[in-house]
Write a protein that binds this ligand. Structure first.
Ligand code: MV4
Length: 448
């Protein structure tokens, strides 16, 4: 069994991991950059180690330094959280090479899913529906025109090394194809150091629905429900919920089966998320797989009563899943609002600084995952997520009412937040009807 875990992260997710460690009786070791010395994860962990006052690259991304810290602390495992080194296949290889357990899938799985072309090929092998496309790199201008004519327009050019919406270009007619291809390729080379690109039919009006999977190292894998993450702005998710509104039960079942097949195909261990695009006819298509714990994991936890971080740790320690797919239930409705220290009226400009006054929401069915406290100064160096409010209620209308109540109780002074934006979303008629897609924020003029 794992006795001590080093947490290679900060903010709310570091706290979230510490909490599961405590409940498991596992010791937690926090690492922190000097800028985070007053952070809650430093105070709540059993032990905290400063890894310098440098940049992110020199601290939370410093593979060697983090592994050295784990050795000094005698940690037997490292939890990477999300972001930072969580999907870095080099790190996932270095950690076990140093005799430490990496809490996550193997380096090979991370690398296979990190290459979006390899991921699509893996999905095809597992008989998981994929979008009509090149299903491989497009190298020559002649070839791309031929493939494009077969799949039809509009289409989308994606970088093999991209993901999460980075390095995508939409093309509406054949005349724009080669120019866009060249631009996409040079952008991919600049951003990712890899100019490999592929094309897919672009699904213009769709929903972003993802399936949470959990697997042990004995070929057992289960699906723990889906999350609708269609409410986004520039590929930053704002609101997530489970179950996905109006998802037919047979489609949901097929998505779960497909996701479990993919997990088994890759010999997956731990938690993962299979992302799909759902078209207007509720046909689903694989787009990519995330090999980390995700920001929005709590909506699944509240509906299934499964502690995902706990099972990440237990499966990494070599334990078997104690439940089968048939034993998993999904109850009620859950919604998460991501609260950022940003001003939505000023193009979401970050708003770091000191929190002078704070009242967090609470009461029945309200969970707050946050690292902030009154008197805390939000550093400017990092992501602007300051809190996640997650509600659970018997049905969707009650969950929305509960979220409105929780947002109304949330008082933060000293910084700007996205709380007013979330109140607008919760009060929007299209949102309330559950009839939204990925164009919601634009179409509904939520931003005025
Ligand atoms: C797509 C797509 C439609 N068609 N691919 C965005 C994030 C990354 N995980 C993949 N993404 C998408 N890929 C095809 N072939 C739609 C999305 C997408 C999206 C696109 C535009 C605006 C918002 C979006 C939100 C989620 C997914």
């Amino acid at each position: 069994m794992i006795k001590r875990v080093l947490i290679a992260n900060r903010g709310e997710i570091a706290l979230r991991i510490i909490r599961s460690c405590k409940e498991l009786g596992v010791e937690s070791v926090a690492i922190y950059a000097e800028a985070d010395k007053d952070s809650l994860h430093v105070k709540l962990a059993d032990k905290a180690m400063c890894i310098g006052k440098g940049s992110i690259a020199e601290t939370y991304l410093n593979k060697k330094e983090i592994i050295t810290a784990a050795k000094v602390a005698k940690a037997d495992a490292i939890h990477p959280g999300y972001g930072f080194l969580s999907e870095n296949c080099e790190f996932a290889e270095m950690v076990p090479a140093n005799g430490i357990i990496f809490i996550g899938p193997t380096s090979d799985t991370i690398s296979r899913m990190g290459d979006k072309i390899a991921a699509v090929k893996t999905a095809l092998n597992a008989n998981v529906p994929v979008i009509p496309g090149s299903h491989g790199p497009v190298d020559s201008d002649e070839l791309v025109v031929e493939i494009a004519r077969q799949i039809g327009f509009p289409l989308i050019i994606k970088a093999a090394a991209g993901g999460g919406g980075k390095g995508m270009r939409i093309v509406r007619e054949v005349a724009q194809l080669t120019d866009n291809l060249h631009t996409a390729r040079s952008e991919a080379r600049n951003f990712f150091g890899n100019d490999s690109v592929y094309i897919e039919r672009y699904i213009e009006v769709g929903r972003h629905v993802e399936v949470q999977v959990l697997a042990d190292s004995y070929e057992n894998a289960v699906a723990l429900g889906e999350r609708d993450c269609s409410i986004q702005r520039r590929h930053q998710k704002l609101v997530e919920e489970s179950p996905a509104p109006f998802l037919p039960p047979e489609v949901r079942r097929e998505m779960f089966d497909a996701s479990v097949r993919l997990a088994k195909e890759t010999g997956y261990t731990g938690v993962g998320t299979v992302e799909f695009i759902l078209d207007e006819q509720n046909r689903f298509y694989f787009i990519e797989m995330n090999t980390r714990i995700q920001v929005e994991h709590p909506v699944t936890e509240l509906c299934t009563d499964v502690d995902l971080v706990k099972y990440q740790i237990l499966t990494a320690a070599g334990e078997k899943l104690p439940f089968t797919q048939q034993q998993i239930f999904h109850e009620g409705h859950s919604i998460e609002c991501r609260i950022n220290a940003e001003n939505p009226e000023m193009g979401f400009i970050p708003s770091p600084g000191k929190i002078t006054h704070l009242v967090l929401p609470g009461g029945p069915g309200v969970r707050v995952d946050s690292h902030i406290y009154a008197g805390y100064t939000i550093p400017h160096q990092y992501d602007s997520l300051i809190a996640k409010i997650i509600v659970h209620a018997e049905d969707r209308p009650s969950a929305i009412a509960r979220m409105k109540r929780a947002l109304g109780e949330f008082h933060v002074e000293g910084i700007d937040t996205t709380i007013p934006l979330h109140l607008k979303i919760m009060s929007n008629e299209v949102f309330q009807k559950g009839k939204f897609n990925t164009c919601f924020i634009e179409n509904e003029k939520i931003l005025g």
